[in-house]
Design a binder for this molecule. Sequence first.
Ligand SMILES: *Cc1c(COP(=O)(O)O)cnc(C)c1O
Length: 689
Amino acid sequence: MVRDRLKALGLNLWWTWHPEVIELFRELDPEIWRGTNHNPIALLARLSDELLAERIERESLESRINFHSRRLHEYLVDDQTWCAAHAGVLRAAPVAYFSAEFGLHESLPLYSGGLGVLAGDHLKSASDLGIPAVGVGLFYARGYFRQRVEPSGWQQEEYGPSDIATFPLVHAAAPDGSTLSVRVECGAESLHALVWIAHVGRARLVLLDSNAEANPPHVRELTATLYGGDQLTRIRQEILLGIGGLKALRALGIRPSILHLNEGHSAFAILERVRERVEDGVTFEDALRDTAIHTVFTTHTPVEAGHDRFGADLVEQQLGRLRTRLGLDQRRFMALGRTDDSNMQEPFCMTVLGLKGSRRRNGVSSLHGHVTRRMWQTVWRGRSEEDVPIGHITNGVHTASWLAPSMKHLYDRHLGSDWLLRQADRHVWQSLANVDEGELWETHTVLRRTLVNFVRRRTNLAPILDPSALTIGFARRFASYKRATLLLTDLDRLARLCSDRNAPLQFVFAGKAHPRDDDGKRLIQQIVELSRDARFAGRLAFVEDYDMNVARHLVQGVDVWLNTPLRPLEASGTSGQKVALNGGLNLSTLDGWWAEAYDGQNGFAIGAGSVHADPAIQWSRDAASLYEILETEVVPLFFDLDAAGLPSRWIRFMKHSIMTLAWRYNADRMVMNYVDACYLPAAGGLTHG
Ligand SMILES: *Cc1c(COP(=O)(O)O)cnc(C)c1O
């Protein structure tokens, strides 16, 4: 039946990176599609059989449904993959990729920001490349909050009830057909967790959900929201993720060859793997060494406070039984999470456990690699900074998920039909040099207009923004190091830029502040107030509830992407990579990925990469640099039209940006790097388990 075929399509998140399938769902009922936050399963649940049949008939959708069902099937059975050709040994057993969040699509509230989107992109590229991978995460029924901004400009958090029955997920089945669950010892209690599966192309994502009937009410709430709650909630979520996650894989009969821990949250998986080995009769030291050989650890946080740390009492209370099973005394156990084994005051740090329990460790950009080696030098006492065994693999984005369909068509025409499969090869992008300037500009101009329409719809402010003005986007978490208001340092100077009739400039902002971060909320309020200031009338917009959908519109439609982190606090950043792919130019401090990517002609740099010890001085220097670049480089370049009416110098920047950045800052290249530098060495001829 056609409903079953549509449902099967909707239950494999492969559709999230195939805009033509998304368009098919949308055409079934554009209104409901929007109302369900673009969720095909929820859409189908709201369409009766009669209505569905009528829509399919009216829009002649049946042959397209069949066509895409066949494509999905072909994708799933294809074994001529990159992995088969380059890393066949990995096909023997999957890589288990643990992460506290996964950003796969706006309809699945399992992410809060960059870390989650990166994990989702990693899984999608692993699938595309044919690398057997299984993600492991938590099921957050209410997810991260939805942002509403009051008329006063103050952020309100809404944790609406989600209709989890219509998430694009399925329950994992136990051998007897009942819903699979696992049990994890945690303090004096046993936590039960139900297991959900998301299909992500060829990969699976296993999600643990504490909302099981066997649990008391306080445990049922444990996984309800992402990063909500106190230290106790946090350590218990992390026990469920790491320990419960590995148990869930076992219950599903999955024996991964490699554990890849994305950030410290899941590092307890190391202890669970060690416990299994110890209970097989291996000594603790041998079990830890053997586990580490098969474990890859990626850290993302150059900010001290961003690393989870738990006091010794809490750790003993929650993990005392595991410690006994490992045969360790309290001091030896705590040492696994301490930089100084003899410091009894030091809390247990999840990052230290990740570093000590893995053999391959990395930061997420070249600069972040340096920062991370310095930051954790004390774990390797006596080694010089450059000998600290932590490398780097720069983040990338999943091209098919972030690329506008019209840009994809342009690439399809000029780069060869198989360019997506070869996107990580720089040569593929060289033919872009021959693309007609007018064609590229026209494609981009339509995308800018689409963005302007989106902002008008979302803000309910019809005359806002000008579809032909130079449009600058800024969207990210309102964490203070990101310095969202650097741009607002000199409002008069900014107002002059916005009001130049011959060279108009406009700004679109979006982003959430952490629920407990009042400073961040004040920054949002400041921007919302400015959007109503007469000096910026119609030239400055704040779009509420930043999510993957808002992000997609922004990165596809802006001319310039503004990024102002205080170096070196942005580990990598990925949103600017999405922009580059779509032809927008980056204007950023030399931090994270941009510090290694900027070449003088593929975008703009704020400052020269030096850092003053006083953040206030650094702020005023960077602000001065930002205004100067806007006034003397960005604006003149954008409005310098040639005889044909095209900004041909700007278009040359666009081409150069795409050609130098797209092949490198995509998730296929990133996952290939993980294969070469981490997965293959970790898999190298050793036992699976
Ligand atoms: C890509 C993305 C991010 C990461 O953005 P950065 O600016 O690199 O931190 C965060 N949130 C969403 C919704 C994204 O799509």
